[in-house]
Design a binder for this molecule. Structure first.
Ligand SMILES: [Zn+2]
Length: 411
Protein backbone atom coordinates (compact mmCIF):
# COMPACT_ATOMS: atom_id res chain seq x y z
CA UNK A 1 0.00 0.00 0.00
CA UNK A 2 1.31 3.41 -0.93
CA UNK A 3 1.34 6.57 1.07
CA UNK A 4 -1.50 9.02 0.59
CA UNK A 5 -1.91 12.53 1.93
CA UNK A 6 -5.52 13.52 2.60
CA UNK A 7 -6.40 17.19 3.03
CA UNK A 8 -9.83 18.48 4.03
CA UNK A 9 -11.50 21.65 5.35
CA UNK A 10 -11.47 20.05 8.77
CA UNK A 11 -10.06 16.95 10.44
CA UNK A 12 -11.81 15.63 13.52
CA UNK A 13 -9.08 13.85 15.47
CA UNK A 14 -9.55 12.33 18.89
CA UNK A 15 -12.84 13.56 20.14
CA UNK A 16 -15.32 15.66 18.27
CA UNK A 17 -14.07 18.72 20.12
CA UNK A 18 -10.62 18.32 18.65
CA UNK A 19 -10.78 19.74 15.17
CA UNK A 20 -7.98 20.89 12.90
CA UNK A 21 -9.22 23.42 10.38
CA UNK A 22 -7.60 23.00 6.95
CA UNK A 23 -6.22 19.74 8.26
CA UNK A 24 -4.35 16.81 6.79
CA UNK A 25 -3.80 13.12 7.46
CA UNK A 26 -0.92 11.10 6.09
CA UNK A 27 -1.69 7.43 5.58
CA UNK A 28 1.23 5.03 5.26
CA UNK A 29 0.31 1.42 4.63
CA UNK A 30 -2.38 0.43 7.09
CA UNK A 31 -1.59 3.13 9.59
CA UNK A 32 -1.80 6.86 10.13
CA UNK A 33 1.70 8.36 9.93
CA UNK A 34 0.91 12.00 10.68
CA UNK A 35 -1.95 14.38 11.46
CA UNK A 36 -1.63 18.16 11.27
CA UNK A 37 -2.51 21.21 9.30
CA UNK A 38 -2.54 20.97 5.52
CA UNK A 39 0.10 23.71 5.39
CA UNK A 40 2.49 21.69 7.58
CA UNK A 41 2.03 18.35 5.88
CA UNK A 42 1.91 19.68 2.30
CA UNK A 43 5.45 20.98 2.79
CA UNK A 44 6.89 18.16 4.90
CA UNK A 45 5.51 15.27 2.82
CA UNK A 46 7.43 14.42 -0.34
CA UNK A 47 5.86 15.75 -3.54
CA UNK A 48 5.82 12.23 -5.03
CA UNK A 49 3.22 11.11 -2.45
CA UNK A 50 -0.34 10.90 -3.83
CA UNK A 51 -2.60 13.75 -2.72
CA UNK A 52 -6.32 13.36 -2.05
CA UNK A 53 -7.66 16.90 -1.77
CA UNK A 54 -11.20 17.18 -0.39
CA UNK A 55 -12.42 20.78 -0.34
CA UNK A 56 -15.64 21.33 1.61
CA UNK A 57 -15.16 18.01 3.36
CA UNK A 58 -14.40 16.60 6.80
CA UNK A 59 -11.98 13.75 7.50
CA UNK A 60 -12.78 11.84 10.66
CA UNK A 61 -12.42 8.41 12.27
CA UNK A 62 -14.42 5.59 10.69
CA UNK A 63 -17.76 4.88 12.37
CA UNK A 64 -18.28 1.92 14.69
CA UNK A 65 -21.47 -0.14 14.89
CA UNK A 66 -21.38 -2.09 18.16
CA UNK A 67 -24.47 -4.18 17.50
CA UNK A 68 -25.24 -5.91 14.22
CA UNK A 69 -26.39 -9.33 13.03
CA UNK A 70 -24.80 -9.97 9.66
CA UNK A 71 -26.59 -13.33 9.42
CA UNK A 72 -30.02 -11.67 9.55
CA UNK A 73 -31.56 -10.11 6.44
CA UNK A 74 -33.59 -7.23 7.96
CA UNK A 75 -36.78 -8.74 6.49
CA UNK A 76 -40.00 -9.20 8.43
CA UNK A 77 -38.91 -12.76 9.25
CA UNK A 78 -35.12 -12.93 9.58
CA UNK A 79 -35.39 -16.01 11.81
CA UNK A 80 -36.83 -18.13 9.03
CA UNK A 81 -34.32 -16.78 6.53
CA UNK A 82 -31.31 -17.51 8.74
CA UNK A 83 -32.41 -20.99 9.82
CA UNK A 84 -33.09 -22.19 6.28
CA UNK A 85 -30.15 -20.59 4.50
CA UNK A 86 -27.41 -22.65 2.90
CA UNK A 87 -24.15 -21.75 4.77
CA UNK A 88 -22.21 -20.78 1.62
CA UNK A 89 -25.05 -18.57 0.37
CA UNK A 90 -25.45 -17.07 3.81
CA UNK A 91 -21.77 -16.14 4.03
CA UNK A 92 -22.02 -14.47 0.60
CA UNK A 93 -25.05 -12.48 1.76
CA UNK A 94 -23.22 -11.52 4.95
CA UNK A 95 -20.25 -10.28 2.93
CA UNK A 96 -22.61 -8.11 0.88
CA UNK A 97 -24.21 -6.65 4.03
CA UNK A 98 -20.79 -5.98 5.56
CA UNK A 99 -19.82 -4.23 2.32
CA UNK A 100 -22.90 -2.02 2.52
CA UNK A 101 -21.97 -1.01 6.05
CA UNK A 102 -18.42 -0.19 5.00
CA UNK A 103 -19.70 1.93 2.11
CA UNK A 104 -21.79 3.84 4.65
CA UNK A 105 -18.62 4.70 6.56
CA UNK A 106 -18.77 1.96 9.19
CA UNK A 107 -15.21 0.62 9.44
CA UNK A 108 -15.77 -1.57 12.52
CA UNK A 109 -18.74 -3.79 13.36
CA UNK A 110 -19.38 -5.98 16.35
CA UNK A 111 -21.60 -8.90 15.38
CA UNK A 112 -23.70 -10.01 18.34
CA UNK A 113 -25.13 -13.29 17.15
CA UNK A 114 -24.85 -15.52 14.11
CA UNK A 115 -25.12 -19.16 13.12
CA UNK A 116 -22.31 -21.73 12.81
CA UNK A 117 -19.69 -19.01 13.51
CA UNK A 118 -20.11 -17.83 9.92
CA UNK A 119 -19.06 -14.32 10.93
CA UNK A 120 -15.64 -15.70 11.85
CA UNK A 121 -15.36 -17.12 8.31
CA UNK A 122 -16.20 -13.72 6.88
CA UNK A 123 -13.78 -12.03 9.28
CA UNK A 124 -10.99 -14.33 8.07
CA UNK A 125 -11.65 -13.61 4.42
CA UNK A 126 -11.64 -9.85 5.10
CA UNK A 127 -8.45 -10.12 7.20
CA UNK A 128 -6.72 -12.11 4.47
CA UNK A 129 -7.68 -9.52 1.85
CA UNK A 130 -9.90 -11.92 -0.11
CA UNK A 131 -12.93 -9.71 0.64
CA UNK A 132 -13.30 -6.00 1.37
CA UNK A 133 -15.23 -5.25 4.51
CA UNK A 134 -15.18 -3.57 7.88
CA UNK A 135 -13.16 -4.94 10.76
CA UNK A 136 -15.38 -7.52 12.45
CA UNK A 137 -15.61 -8.52 16.08
CA UNK A 138 -17.68 -11.68 16.35
CA UNK A 139 -19.67 -13.08 19.26
CA UNK A 140 -20.78 -16.21 17.33
CA UNK A 141 -23.70 -18.09 19.01
CA UNK A 142 -25.25 -16.10 21.87
CA UNK A 143 -25.80 -18.02 25.10
CA UNK A 144 -29.50 -18.33 25.80
CA UNK A 145 -31.80 -20.50 27.88
CA UNK A 146 -33.53 -23.57 26.44
CA UNK A 147 -36.30 -22.27 24.18
CA UNK A 148 -35.03 -18.76 24.93
CA UNK A 149 -34.29 -15.67 22.86
CA UNK A 150 -32.56 -16.56 19.57
CA UNK A 151 -32.03 -20.18 20.58
CA UNK A 152 -32.21 -21.05 16.88
CA UNK A 153 -28.65 -19.69 16.56
CA UNK A 154 -27.36 -22.72 18.45
CA UNK A 155 -26.35 -21.35 21.85
CA UNK A 156 -28.99 -22.88 24.15
CA UNK A 157 -27.69 -23.81 27.61
CA UNK A 158 -29.32 -25.02 30.84
CA UNK A 159 -26.72 -26.20 33.35
CA UNK A 160 -23.44 -24.68 34.52
CA UNK A 161 -21.64 -27.35 32.51
CA UNK A 162 -23.59 -26.35 29.38
CA UNK A 163 -22.48 -22.76 29.97
CA UNK A 164 -18.81 -23.72 30.22
CA UNK A 165 -19.07 -25.95 27.15
CA UNK A 166 -20.77 -23.31 25.01
CA UNK A 167 -18.27 -20.59 25.96
CA UNK A 168 -15.38 -22.98 25.20
CA UNK A 169 -17.00 -23.84 21.86
CA UNK A 170 -17.42 -20.18 20.90
CA UNK A 171 -13.83 -19.44 21.92
CA UNK A 172 -12.58 -22.40 19.88
CA UNK A 173 -14.62 -21.14 16.92
CA UNK A 174 -12.71 -17.84 17.14
CA UNK A 175 -15.17 -15.60 19.00
CA UNK A 176 -13.86 -12.16 20.00
CA UNK A 177 -16.36 -11.88 22.85
CA UNK A 178 -19.30 -13.70 24.43
CA UNK A 179 -22.89 -12.58 24.01
CA UNK A 180 -25.52 -13.59 26.50
CA UNK A 181 -29.25 -13.16 26.09
CA UNK A 182 -29.75 -12.23 29.73
CA UNK A 183 -33.43 -11.43 29.22
CA UNK A 184 -36.07 -12.44 26.71
CA UNK A 185 -36.53 -10.56 23.44
CA UNK A 186 -39.31 -9.72 21.03
CA UNK A 187 -37.77 -11.67 18.16
CA UNK A 188 -38.57 -14.89 20.04
CA UNK A 189 -42.23 -14.56 21.11
CA UNK A 190 -42.34 -18.18 22.29
CA UNK A 191 -39.53 -17.63 24.83
CA UNK A 192 -39.45 -15.60 28.07
CA UNK A 193 -40.86 -12.08 27.85
CA UNK A 194 -38.57 -9.11 27.38
CA UNK A 195 -38.65 -8.15 31.05
CA UNK A 196 -37.98 -11.70 32.26
CA UNK A 197 -34.49 -12.96 33.12
CA UNK A 198 -33.24 -16.03 31.30
CA UNK A 199 -30.38 -16.63 33.75
CA UNK A 200 -29.91 -16.46 37.52
CA UNK A 201 -27.45 -13.91 38.97
CA UNK A 202 -25.09 -16.83 39.75
CA UNK A 203 -25.21 -18.07 36.17
CA UNK A 204 -24.50 -14.58 34.83
CA UNK A 205 -21.49 -14.38 37.10
CA UNK A 206 -20.32 -17.78 35.88
CA UNK A 207 -20.66 -16.59 32.28
CA UNK A 208 -18.54 -13.50 32.96
CA UNK A 209 -15.90 -15.47 34.93
CA UNK A 210 -15.68 -18.29 32.42
CA UNK A 211 -15.39 -15.82 29.53
CA UNK A 212 -12.71 -13.84 31.37
CA UNK A 213 -10.74 -17.04 31.94
CA UNK A 214 -10.53 -17.34 28.15
CA UNK A 215 -9.71 -13.65 27.73
CA UNK A 216 -13.16 -12.67 26.50
CA UNK A 217 -15.55 -9.94 27.64
CA UNK A 218 -19.31 -10.23 27.75
CA UNK A 219 -22.03 -8.28 25.98
CA UNK A 220 -25.42 -8.80 27.61
CA UNK A 221 -28.78 -8.37 25.92
CA UNK A 222 -30.91 -7.03 28.77
CA UNK A 223 -34.33 -5.40 28.58
CA UNK A 224 -35.65 -6.05 32.09
CA UNK A 225 -34.75 -3.75 34.96
CA UNK A 226 -33.94 -6.71 37.26
CA UNK A 227 -31.87 -8.33 34.52
CA UNK A 228 -29.95 -5.10 33.99
CA UNK A 229 -29.12 -4.97 37.72
CA UNK A 230 -27.92 -8.60 37.65
CA UNK A 231 -25.72 -7.90 34.62
CA UNK A 232 -24.10 -4.96 36.39
CA UNK A 233 -23.33 -7.10 39.44
CA UNK A 234 -21.99 -9.92 37.26
CA UNK A 235 -19.59 -7.47 35.55
CA UNK A 236 -20.54 -7.58 31.88
CA UNK A 237 -18.68 -5.14 29.60
CA UNK A 238 -21.66 -3.79 27.66
CA UNK A 239 -25.42 -3.84 28.15
CA UNK A 240 -27.44 -4.09 24.94
CA UNK A 241 -30.86 -2.42 24.65
CA UNK A 242 -31.06 -1.51 28.35
CA UNK A 243 -34.72 -0.59 28.07
CA UNK A 244 -35.71 -0.88 31.76
CA UNK A 245 -38.76 -3.08 31.25
CA UNK A 246 -40.90 -4.52 34.00
CA UNK A 247 -44.21 -6.38 33.99
CA UNK A 248 -45.92 -3.01 34.41
CA UNK A 249 -44.11 -1.14 31.68
CA UNK A 250 -40.91 0.85 31.95
CA UNK A 251 -39.16 1.50 35.25
CA UNK A 252 -35.88 3.43 35.31
CA UNK A 253 -33.67 3.02 38.36
CA UNK A 254 -31.10 5.83 38.74
CA UNK A 255 -29.24 3.84 41.42
CA UNK A 256 -28.54 1.01 38.96
CA UNK A 257 -27.63 3.56 36.28
CA UNK A 258 -25.05 5.12 38.57
CA UNK A 259 -23.51 1.68 39.15
CA UNK A 260 -23.37 1.19 35.37
CA UNK A 261 -21.48 4.48 35.08
CA UNK A 262 -19.15 3.75 38.01
CA UNK A 263 -18.13 0.39 36.58
CA UNK A 264 -17.58 1.93 33.12
CA UNK A 265 -20.08 -0.48 31.60
CA UNK A 266 -21.17 0.86 28.23
CA UNK A 267 -24.80 0.93 27.18
CA UNK A 268 -25.64 0.15 23.57
CA UNK A 269 -29.13 1.58 23.28
CA UNK A 270 -29.77 -0.02 19.88
CA UNK A 271 -31.94 2.01 17.56
CA UNK A 272 -32.56 1.33 13.91
CA UNK A 273 -32.96 4.02 11.27
CA UNK A 274 -36.73 3.57 11.39
CA UNK A 275 -36.95 4.74 15.01
CA UNK A 276 -39.81 7.15 14.26
CA UNK A 277 -41.93 4.19 13.19
CA UNK A 278 -40.77 2.22 16.24
CA UNK A 279 -41.79 5.04 18.62
CA UNK A 280 -45.13 5.31 16.86
CA UNK A 281 -45.75 1.61 17.37
CA UNK A 282 -44.86 1.92 21.05
CA UNK A 283 -47.50 4.59 21.55
CA UNK A 284 -46.99 8.10 22.88
CA UNK A 285 -46.88 7.21 26.56
CA UNK A 286 -44.33 4.39 26.28
CA UNK A 287 -42.26 6.30 23.76
CA UNK A 288 -42.03 9.17 26.23
CA UNK A 289 -41.09 6.80 29.08
CA UNK A 290 -38.44 5.18 26.91
CA UNK A 291 -36.96 8.52 25.92
CA UNK A 292 -36.88 9.54 29.56
CA UNK A 293 -34.81 6.47 30.48
CA UNK A 294 -32.17 7.50 27.93
CA UNK A 295 -32.15 11.10 29.12
CA UNK A 296 -31.95 9.79 32.70
CA UNK A 297 -28.99 7.52 31.93
CA UNK A 298 -27.20 10.40 30.23
CA UNK A 299 -27.76 12.59 33.28
CA UNK A 300 -26.53 9.81 35.58
CA UNK A 301 -23.26 9.56 33.66
CA UNK A 302 -23.81 6.40 31.60
CA UNK A 303 -21.50 6.08 28.61
CA UNK A 304 -23.42 5.25 25.43
CA UNK A 305 -22.04 3.40 22.43
CA UNK A 306 -23.55 3.23 18.95
CA UNK A 307 -25.51 0.25 17.62
CA UNK A 308 -28.18 -0.26 15.00
CA UNK A 309 -29.11 -3.95 15.52
CA UNK A 310 -28.84 -4.13 11.72
CA UNK A 311 -30.41 -7.32 10.39
CA UNK A 312 -33.45 -7.47 12.67
CA UNK A 313 -36.78 -6.44 11.09
CA UNK A 314 -36.63 -2.87 9.87
CA UNK A 315 -32.95 -2.33 10.73
CA UNK A 316 -31.27 -1.94 7.34
CA UNK A 317 -27.54 -2.41 6.83
CA UNK A 318 -25.88 0.91 6.13
CA UNK A 319 -28.64 3.03 7.65
CA UNK A 320 -26.39 4.23 10.45
CA UNK A 321 -27.09 7.95 10.47
CA UNK A 322 -30.78 7.45 11.29
CA UNK A 323 -29.67 5.94 14.62
CA UNK A 324 -27.49 8.96 15.37
CA UNK A 325 -30.37 11.30 14.59
CA UNK A 326 -32.45 9.55 17.23
CA UNK A 327 -29.99 10.76 19.86
CA UNK A 328 -29.89 14.26 18.38
CA UNK A 329 -33.67 14.28 18.63
CA UNK A 330 -33.34 13.57 22.37
CA UNK A 331 -31.04 16.56 22.84
CA UNK A 332 -27.59 14.96 22.60
CA UNK A 333 -25.09 17.38 21.05
CA UNK A 334 -23.52 16.54 17.70
CA UNK A 335 -20.08 16.32 19.24
CA UNK A 336 -21.38 13.93 21.92
CA UNK A 337 -22.96 11.79 19.21
CA UNK A 338 -19.78 11.66 17.13
CA UNK A 339 -17.79 10.63 20.20
CA UNK A 340 -20.36 7.90 20.83
CA UNK A 341 -19.93 6.62 17.26
CA UNK A 342 -16.14 6.65 17.38
CA UNK A 343 -14.04 7.14 20.54
CA UNK A 344 -16.50 5.76 23.12
CA UNK A 345 -17.36 2.73 21.03
CA UNK A 346 -13.68 1.92 20.41
CA UNK A 347 -13.02 2.18 24.16
CA UNK A 348 -15.89 -0.13 25.09
CA UNK A 349 -14.87 -2.68 22.46
CA UNK A 350 -11.32 -2.69 23.80
CA UNK A 351 -9.91 -1.38 20.51
CA UNK A 352 -7.04 0.99 21.31
CA UNK A 353 -6.05 1.38 17.66
CA UNK A 354 -9.20 2.84 16.10
CA UNK A 355 -11.83 5.51 16.86
CA UNK A 356 -9.49 8.48 16.55
CA UNK A 357 -6.98 9.90 14.09
CA UNK A 358 -3.44 10.03 15.48
CA UNK A 359 -0.02 8.74 14.41
CA UNK A 360 0.23 4.98 14.90
CA UNK A 361 -3.53 4.36 14.79
CA UNK A 362 -5.10 2.13 12.14
CA UNK A 363 -6.03 4.23 9.14
CA UNK A 364 -9.82 3.83 9.54
CA UNK A 365 -10.90 7.14 8.03
CA UNK A 366 -13.99 8.53 6.37
CA UNK A 367 -14.24 11.69 4.32
CA UNK A 368 -17.65 13.27 4.14
CA UNK A 369 -19.14 16.21 2.33
CA UNK A 370 -19.86 18.94 4.90
CA UNK A 371 -19.44 19.23 8.64
CA UNK A 372 -21.06 16.63 10.93
CA UNK A 373 -20.60 18.93 13.92
CA UNK A 374 -23.22 21.23 12.43
CA UNK A 375 -25.29 18.68 10.46
CA UNK A 376 -25.35 14.92 11.03
CA UNK A 377 -26.88 14.51 7.58
CA UNK A 378 -23.41 15.14 6.10
CA UNK A 379 -22.56 11.62 7.32
CA UNK A 380 -24.85 10.33 4.56
CA UNK A 381 -22.63 12.02 1.98
CA UNK A 382 -19.65 9.71 2.12
CA UNK A 383 -16.91 10.66 -0.33
CA UNK A 384 -14.17 8.21 0.60
CA UNK A 385 -13.71 5.38 3.06
CA UNK A 386 -10.38 3.96 4.20
CA UNK A 387 -10.28 0.79 6.25
CA UNK A 388 -6.86 -0.11 7.67
CA UNK A 389 -5.38 2.21 5.05
CA UNK A 390 -7.13 0.55 2.12
CA UNK A 391 -9.30 2.87 0.07
CA UNK A 392 -12.71 1.32 -0.54
CA UNK A 393 -13.57 1.34 -4.25
CA UNK A 394 -16.24 3.83 -5.28
CA UNK A 395 -18.49 1.12 -6.74
CA UNK A 396 -19.07 -0.27 -3.27
CA UNK A 397 -19.77 3.22 -1.97
CA UNK A 398 -22.43 3.83 -4.62
CA UNK A 399 -24.14 0.58 -3.74
CA UNK A 400 -24.16 1.55 -0.09
CA UNK A 401 -26.15 4.64 -0.89
CA UNK A 402 -29.11 2.73 -2.23
CA UNK A 403 -31.34 2.54 0.78
CA UNK A 404 -34.51 0.59 1.06
CA UNK A 405 -37.41 2.18 2.81
CA UNK A 406 -39.33 -0.93 3.73
CA UNK A 407 -40.56 -0.50 7.25
CA UNK A 408 -41.36 -3.58 9.22
CA UNK A 409 -42.32 -4.27 12.80
CA UNK A 410 -39.45 -3.52 15.13
CA UNK A 411 -38.09 -6.27 17.46
ZN1 LIG B 1 -29.39 -7.79 18.53
Amino acid sequence: MNKILITADRVITKSADQVINDGAVLVDGGLIAAVGTAAELETSVDASVTRLRCPGATAMPGLIDCHVHLAFDASADPVRAVTHADPAELVAAMADRAGRMLAAGVTTVRDLGDRDALTVKLRSSIDSGAAIGPRILAATAPLTSRGGHCGFLGGEVATDDDIRTQIARNAADGADLIKVMASGGALTPTGPRMWQSQFSPEQLRLIVEESARLGLEVAAHAHGTDTIANCVTAGVRTIEHCSWRTTEGISYDPEIARRIAEKDIAVCRCVSGDWRMFLEQLGAERAKALSETIIGMRKDGVRFIAGTDAGVPGAQFGDYVGMLEFFANLGFSHSEIIDMATTSSAHALGLADTGSLAPGMRADIIIIDGNPLTGLDSLRRIQHVFVAGMQVPRVASERGRQRTDAYEAHP
